[in-house]
Design a protein around this ligand. Sequence first.
Ligand code: SF4
Length: 403
Amino acid sequence: MAITREELFKQMELDEAIRNDGVYIRPEVLESLDFEHTTQEQVRACFDMNHEIYKKTKLPAAIRLSSNYRIQVSYKEKAPYSISYENGSFLLYKGNVLLDEITFVEKPAYYNKVTSDGTRMSTVAQEVGKTKITVAYSNECALKDKGLDCKFCNINATKANFAEHEGLKWKTPEQIAETVEAAYAEGYRRITITGGFIPERREVEYYIDVAEAIQERTGLEDFGGAACVGAPADLDVIDKYKEAGYSAISSNMEIWDANIFKTICPGKEEICGGRQNWINALKHEVEVFGKGNVRSYFVAGIEPKSTLLEGIEYLASLGVVAIPLQWLPNPGSELEGHRAPKTEWYNDLYIKTYNILRHNGLTHLDYYNSTNAENSVFDYLYDADGDILPWERHNADSIKFAS
Ligand code: SF4
C-alpha cells in the first residue's frame, strides 16, 4: 500500500506516541505468536526498552503497520495503545478505536543457530533491520562501580533483570565471528559493535580481536563494521579502529549542553577527558573515517531542544551524523518514573534534525553507514524525498510512496 508524505507524518506521530506511551499486547496475542519459528523476540542484550519489566512470556521486538512502517515494541500494561488478535488478524487500537492491522517483524534464521561453544546466536547479535545486526559485547558498564553511570541508562539493571533469564553474557570474538558469518550468509551486511564501558578502558584491544576474528571467518577485509566507542584520552587510539578494518565509528555524546552533560553523564565527563574531549574525538574520527562515517547519538528530551539542535547543527557541519533518539525513562535507570516530552516535540525535533543533515550534505547512505538503525524515522524521511537506498527499492518490507 503506497502512502503519501502527509500519511508518513501521521505514522511518525503514531510511532512516537506508541513508544512514548507504551503498547499493551493482549495475552491471546502473545499466546498465538510463534517465537520459535516466525516472530522475532526481544533480546535485552544491552538496554530494556520497555516501560516496565515484563518476564512472563517473550515479547515481540517490533511491529509493522499495513504500510510497512516499523515500530519498536515498548510494552506497558496500562497503555492507551493495545494489540489484539481477532479472526486471525492482529489489530492495533487506541482505546476502542481501531487504527490498523499490523504484523510482527520476522525472526532471522540465524537466531535459532548456535555457535561452536553452544551459545544461541540470538544472544550474541540482534537484528536491527533487514541488513543490519548489532552486538553488545559487554552487557554491563563499569561506570556504575564508580557511581558515574549515565542517569538515563539502565544497562546494569537490565543485566540484573535479564542476563540469567535470557542467557546473556559477554561475547567472545569467536562467538561474534561465527554469528556474523551465519547472519551475513542470510543477507545481513553491516554490524555495530557496542557495549558498556569495561574496566581500564581496554575496548580497543577487544575491538581489534573482534575485527580479526570476523575477517578470518568471513574472508571480508571490509566487513561493514561500525565501532561504538567512548572518547579515548589519547585520540590516536581512534586510528587503530580504522586500521583494524572498521569502516565507521561512533561516540555518543548523549547531551550537548555543557552543564547538563556533567550532571547526566558524569562518567563521560570524568573518565573520558571531559565534554570537549568528546567533541575533539568526533572531529578526529571524521579526519580518520571521513565525513558521513561518524555518528553521535543524543538522548533527546532531557535538555532543551534549542541546545540539542545547536549541537546537532555544529556536529553535522563537521560531517558527523548527529542523531537524537527518543528518551524512554526506562526501568532501572536513575530517571525511571520521569516523563519524556510530548510526541509533537519529538516529531518537530526529528524533522529539524533531518533538514540539518541534508543541509550539511549528509545523505541516506551516510545515515545508513554510520548509525545502528534501519527502518527508522530518518530512513523514512530520506525515502519520502527520493533518497532511497538501492536495495530498498526491491525489499518487500519497504514503504512505498505515492507519487
Ligand atoms: S557509558 Fe553511560 S550510556 Fe553507555 S553504558 Fe555506560 S552508563 Fe550506559
